[in-house]
Design a protein around this ligand. Sequence first.
Ligand code: ADP
Length: 418
Amino acid sequence: MSNPMFSHIRRRLLLSNLLVFAVVLGGFAIAVRVVFVHNLREQLTNRLIAVAQGAAANVDIENGHLKVEEHFFSHELKKQAETLEWFSPDGRLLKQQGKNIPYIPLNTKALVTIHGNDSPLLLVTLPILQEETKELIGYIRISQELDEFNETIGQFDTGLIVGVITGILLSAVGSLWLNRQAMQPIEASFERLRQFTADASHELRSPLMAISSNAEVALKYDEGMRPEDREVLGAIASATDQMTRLIDDLLILARTDRQQPMSMRTINLSETLGQLIQLYKLQAQQQQISLEFSSDPQLLLRGDEVALMRAFTNLLQNALRYTPEGGKVSVTAKRLMHHIQVTITDTGIGIAPEHLSKIFERFWRADPSRHYIDGGAGLGLSIVQAVVQSHGGSIDVKSQVGQGSSFTVRLPLSHSLT
Ligand code: ADP
């Protein structure tokens, strides 16, 4: 099974590749179509102009008037769905040959015009001038039905659309393969890093436990010990505690980064949260913070209870840590349509808007100079996010500096039990 984080990256890569390819291919297809239609129309117009010029050169003039020859390549005109028309200088239709078309008034202003919508005609109008005097003796107009022309363009469009769709499908297959090739080494090195963090944290736990218990024993039997030595031992015990907590955090993150699901079972979140609030009641009292809790009953979901307890502990600890005396922290858990929504709101120091996007990053703290004892190592919210996401949920934060913060966790309700 692929890590959800990498599946998400692969999906986004695939979509971006397809989008870029579709834009390039679409742009290319539009350019090809524009050039194709332009050339085809130019070819057609040039041919009509040549025919009209040939016909204009062949007219007879009688007493300064046009005399149109009968059956002037009429058969050929019909075959091509073309019509030749002769007009007097004042626009009167003198003769029509070729395919029969309804009367269209003469337009002497434009050489090439298109007439009609349903079955359009391309019209080319040329003046006929007397050879010697260059005097206008009439007009010749040739028209061609555009049905065949439009049909050719329709076929070309179908070919282009099929080509573009095939291209996009082939590129999807290619992108999938290329993305897999590109992501494999990254996934492998991520997995090695995760494994190293898990192994190193695990291996470091035993020596740290040994240091911690030795320091505790030495502090317990401290008769005859110099006060400076007691102080040093106290510092060692406290630093060891701090490191043990950090290592536990790293282990949790390494576990939630793992591809396999955690140990899932059905949990009643209202009970779990109730127990958590009990644990922190005393601390809140000592800090003179009012801690309130309200929950809908029977909020059932499938999850890893230890991991979820850890996540909500981190949120509650942060709320208590960053709220001054006299403040208020409230935890509410509600059942929505498909989700359980837990909101932890405090009236604490708040988070600056420019920091809001960073608070879930690993090892990020608003005030890096603060000692780990005052705050955590900056892993608390990363753990919350990793745990919530590994349960298919999401977390949002709203905050205002000096007013307080509100973290909202949404977790999917257990379907078999809804
Ligand atoms: P830490 O272990 O330092 O608390 P977190 O990942 O839990 O690390 O939080 C990261 C940073 O986000 C904290 O250092 C703090 O600046 C800020 N933060 C988290 N929760 C709150 C809160 N409820 N109120 C104000 N700031 C908060």
